[in-house]
Design a protein around this ligand. Structure first.
Ligand code: TXA
Ligand code: MG
Length: 376
């Protein structure tokens, strides 16, 4: 960590000797941009990717964009580098990391078995927002998998990320680039706000396409299980795999508690409070009266509202104590904007966030899952 000297205050204050003070340096923020259809990246992007690859090869941490959320990357084959991820995030050592690969052949170097289901799912959805849990090879350090015998693998589709893995010539362990339990970052600015003084470099590719984390599919069980719903839906998986896929979600805002009879061992990271803004968040089917009461009790309220056009909403929105955020009616657009909205509202000094319950259909599964966890 670089240090700088300040003058003239010393530890005792009674002489003029400069005392070194350790100040965390801000990370290098490098813009990257590689449009679809462009064969090669522009020179600035190529230079930023080369610099990032060098840092990763040297065991340093780099925050990277992906098509889902920003990740905090380290060389997955270097246990010391991976330890830096856990430290920077404040992540419990019991929560394993996803390893990002450039293609299936890199994945095969990290597994002891490649089940048919994994092979089919990779063929259908890689590169893309699908993580496959499979038996791990000895090449994967135990710290990555939290001592477990399986490893979670994902091949990101964003071109700059793909290229970075190729340049690094190594698989990259990368959880979302936020402090543990906080809302995942969907812009470089979110990473800077959450982890800025803990990492050396951030690659800024603008807002993420999906805005929610990848679907996690456990391929070591039969039928395969969705451990975390995400951009690739159960229906898409079933169509591609030709078999039924097990999925479950918490019915209420109890993180990690399966619904009623569900005895499935969930993804370790989903057993904890997750994805939560700092402001207390409540899901409501009756937001209007809940908010009216909160205002009477003296709270300032943010409302993630599904029907801003309703006249009752417009009346309430005139209150200076309420900030109404109209949310998209389409689940893909809702997912893309959810975390950015929560990050922005956390800056507003509101007492409470009230979120209209979202529809019950399967296309809303990933959004519902994140909202239930945020409301814990
Ligand atoms: O979209 C994403 O998946 C993003 C981007 C950066 O790729 N990454 C991400 O990582 O969301 P993270 O660490 O925030 O979430 C990974 C989830 C956690 O719930 C973790 O417990 C689970 O995957 N996981 C990792 N390895 C696992 C394993 N071997 N078995 C079961 N679950 C695992
Ligand atoms: Mg995360």
């Amino acid at each position: 960590m670089p240090s700088c000297s300040v003058f003239p205050v010393s530890a005792t204050g009674n002489d003029m000797t400069p005392v070194p003070v350790h100040r965390p340096a801000l990370p290098i923020l490098a813009t990257v941009n590689w449009p679809e259809g462009a064969g090669t990246p522009d020179p600035a992007t190529a230079a930023a990717l080369a610099a990032a690859a060098e840092k990763l090869t040297n065991g340093q941490l780099v925050a990277i964009p992906t098509e889902t959320v920003y990740g905090l990357a380290a060389n997955a084959t270097d246990p010391d580098a991976v330890a830096g991820i856990f430290q920077a995030k404040g992540r419990p050592a019991t929560n394993p990391l996803i390893v990002h690969v450039s293609d299936e052949s890199m994945a095969l170097t990290l597994v002891s078995q490649w089940p048919d289901i994994a092979q089919k799912a990779a063929a259908a959805f890689w590169p893309g927002p699908l993580t496959l849990v499979v038996p791990k090879a000895d090449a994967v350090p135990d710290i990555v998998t939290a001592g477990g015998r399986t490893v979670a693998l994902r091949c990101p589709s964003l071109k700059v990320t793909h290229q970075l893995i190729k340049l690094s010539q190594r698989p990259l362990a990368a959880p979302s680039a936020n402090r543990s339990e906080a809302v995942s970052p969907t812009t470089a600015q979110h990473v800077l706000e959450g982890l800025g003084n803990r990492i050396g470099m951030i690659l800024d590719n603008g807002p993420c396409e999906h805005g929610l984390e990848s679907t996690v599919l456990d391929c070591t069980v039969n039928p395969p299980k969705i451990l975390r719903p995400g951009p690739i839906s159960a229906v898409q998986l079933e169509q591609a795999l030709g078999i039924s896929v097990y999925s479950s979600e918490p019915e209420t805002s109890g993180a990690g508690q399966g619904s009623g009879s569900d005895t499935v061992l969930r993804s370790p990271g989903t057993q904890q409070r997750h994805y939560a803004p700092r402001t207390q968040l409540t899901l409501s089917k009756n937001a209007h009266s809940v908010i009216t009461q909160l205002i009477q009790d003296g709270h300032r309220v943010g409302w993630l509202c599904n029907s801003p056009e309703e006249s009752a909403v417009q009346t309430l929105a005139k209150s200076p104590e309420v900030l109404v955020i109209p949310m998209p009616k389409d689940p893909t657009a809702y997912a893309r904007s959810l975390y950015a909205t929560l990050h922005a509202l956390d800056q507003r000094g509101l007492g409470r966030l009230i979120v209209d319950a979202v529809p019950s259909g399967p296309e809303w599964a990933a959004v519902r899952d994140r909202l239930n966890r945020a409301a814990t």
